[in-house]
Design a protein around this ligand. Structure first.
Ligand SMILES: [Zn+2]
Ligand SMILES: [Zn+2]
Ligand SMILES: [Zn+2]
Length: 220
């Protein structure tokens, strides 16, 4: 079976890449554009939609940034709609954005250096109602710091998938949520065709570059 490629770009240098090549391309860009600094170790991380592998991002995270900092970045780039709960699962243990104080549930105020090692994989959930599921992998520990003194930097991202209007074939801009339930193949529409579409206009969300597209009230 042919492997699908999932195209994207590095945000350092804006180089065309793919999910598979992103680690190498990001490393090359870091070497070209930044001073290696052994005192500034950071994790290179790959996140993707668990059921939508075409949505992926690569993050550079300070070695002792917290899970909370990654959660904040994931929400900012991909997920936030109404401050839902979220949690990481690492080594079978849950780290919750709002830990239940009556149980032993852990929070996200944990330094990555205590948990991460190159090759580690884990999961992440945003919203226990209309859930978005992600998986992640720790690609490597690298001698570079995120730009601008930040804890986390987005360093590569998938290109927006080419989603077409189910009526006319132009680029789709709107998802009809009524159709998404009944017949997902007809749910993606351009502005013109959505204007003619018979379902409730309120029941729609924009097409956005995120694995949360079409869920809850997510508008990008
Ligand atoms: Zn929501
Ligand atoms: Zn159309
Ligand atoms: Zn519809």
């Amino acid at each position: 079976m042919a492997q699908r490629t999932y195209p994207g770009h590095t945000l350092i240098g804006n180089i065309a890449t793919t999910k598979r090549r992103a680690k190498g391309d990001v490393m090359r860009q870091l070497k070209q554009e930044r001073q290696a600094d052994p005192g500034a170790e950071s994790w290179l991380l790959m996140f993707q939609g668990e059921y939508q592998p075409g949505y992926w991002i690569t993050l550079l995270a300070r070695k002792n940034a917290t899970l909370k900092a990654i959660d904040t970045e994931l929400r900012y780039v991909w997920l936030e709609c109404c401050s839902h709960l979220s949690a990481f699962t690492i080594y079978g243990e849950e780290y919750s954005s709002y830990p239940d104080r009556w149980t032993t549930e852990k929070g996200m105020n944990v330094p990555l250096g205590e948990l991460f090692s190159a090759g580690l994989t884990g999961k992440y959930i945003y919203d226990y109602g209309d859930s978005t599921y992600l998986t992640f992998k720790v690609l490597d520990l690298v001698p570079y710091a995120p730009a601008g003194g930040k804890d986390i930097e987005l360093v590569a991202r998938n290109d927006p998938p080419d989603i077409r209007c189910s009526v006319c074939g132009k680029p789709a801009t709107t998802i009809c949520l009524e159709c998404l339930d009944e017949s997902p193949g007809d749910a993606f529409l351009c502005d013109d065709c959505f204007g003619e579409h018979e379902c409730d206009e309120e029941m729609s969300l924009p097409v956005v570059n995120s694995p949360r597209m079409g869920q809850c009230a997510y508008t990008g």
